[in-house]
Design a protein around this ligand. Structure first.
Ligand code: ZN
Length: 355
């Protein structure tokens, strides 16, 4: 965090956003335009190396940049430390994260810790971490997330994203639809706990959720405009977090439920899939239109039940009862003492998440 007066509000936003077919080939030109000239460290995952990282490296070469590639095997603190050591050795002018959410998170956190800026080149639209300043990492006992820094540029290549497994796209829809309850939780925390609340960031997150709901059919059909809408929505959610300076507009009780599932379920599903199912149940708790959320998730082909998540009902119920304790400082509709087992069973069965 920079040195800012105590009562001011700090926002760090991306400077350039490119969304469209073949934009991964524009990374070199973008860095050039932004005034970078030194070596570049490309952080990527083993799976995306041949799909996207090579395109990025070629583009850097064409623009006269020297680059080094580093493969991040997973998103752990040990991996982040490894990349930090590489940053110290290579002394890059900028770090470029190419890959899924985990690869981007490793690039985001290691670059922030090293005081280097970074560019995000997502190869999947599975969650909003591709554009946000927030990092999610697996801790020793619980998953944790905190505000790192915003990418200076985001290049979302829709031709690469459209070739990713459809399950990732459906998961991305779940993460965007979640803003429907995340913003309600944020408002509640503002009313009850006096927490900072920003209308602009909240409305931006809600607008993304509304647009995905409205365009569910074209996303399911994987039309150009459908994929574009989802990517834009995920990036807007990232920007909403940058404006708020917290993940609040994008992450409420539905996210706590998903984090709890990651801790207790033997085989968790994807982040956006779990969060989507959490949104159905949290919308019910808020007295909001949970059926609409369920219908939209069903329409885009995302899971709406424990069975579809591939997770036993007992873990869903347990996660609901434990969610409030994952991040006690984050006040949500679950309150300070959480749901009882009976209440959790009731909300899960009324919404049809469990049988
Ligand atoms: Zn999320």
């Amino acid at each position: 965090m920079p040195d800012i007066p105590p009562d001011s509000h700090y926002m760090q936003l991306p400077r350039e956003v490119l969304i469209g077919n073949n934009v991964a080939a524009s990374v070199g030109g973008t860095l050039d335009r932004l005034g970078f000239s030194g070596p570049v460290l490309v952080v990527t995952g083993p799976k995306v190396m041949s799909i996207a990282a090579n395109i990025v490296v070629d583009s850097l070469k064409r623009s006269g940049f020297k680059s080094q590639i580093m493969i991040a095997e997973n998103a752990t603190t040990a991996q982040v430390a490894k990349v930090q050591r590489e940053i110290k050795r290579v002394k890059p002018d900028i770090v470029v994260g190419v890959g899924g959410g985990k690869d981007i998170d490793v690039a985001k956190l290691s670059s922030m810790k090293s005081g280097t800026r970074f560019v995000s080149v997502p190869t999947a639209a599975s969650h909003d971490g591709i554009a946000s300043p927030v990092v999610s990492m697996k801790g020793a006992n619980r998953p944790y997330s905190y505000v790192a820094h915003s990418p200076i540029a985001i290049l979302a290549d829709t031709s690469i994203i459209a070739r990713s497994p459809y399950r990732l796209i459906a998961s991305g829809c779940g993460d965007v639809v979640a803003k429907y309850t995340a913003v309600r939780d944020w408002k509640l925390a503002h009313r009850i706990k006096n927490e900072y609340y920003g209308d602009y960031a909240a409305e931006l997150a809600l607008m993304s959720s509304r647009l995905v709901i409205k365009n569910a059919n074209s996303i399911r059909a994987m039309s150009d405009s459908g994929v574009h809408t989802l990517v834009e929505a995920l990036i807007s959610c990232g920007v909403a977090m940058s404006i708020a300076g917290t993940s609040r507009p994008c992450s409420g009780a539905e996210h706590l439920f998903s984090h709890a599932l990651v801790m207790i379920a033997p085989k968790p599903a994807l982040h956006g899939e779990q969060v989507g199912v959490g949104t159905i149940m949290c919308a019910y708790l808020h007295g909001a239109n949970w059926q609409l959320i369920k219908d939209v998730l069903h329409l885009v082909g995302a899971p709406t039940t424990a069975k579809e998540l591939g997770i036993d009902s007992e873990y869903v119920v347990e996660a609901l009862t434990k969610a409030h304790s994952i991040r006690p400082e984050r006040y949500t509709i679950l309150g300070e003492s959480g749901l009882t087992k009976e209440a959790a069973e009731k909300v899960a069965s009324i919404t049809g998440v469990i049988e």
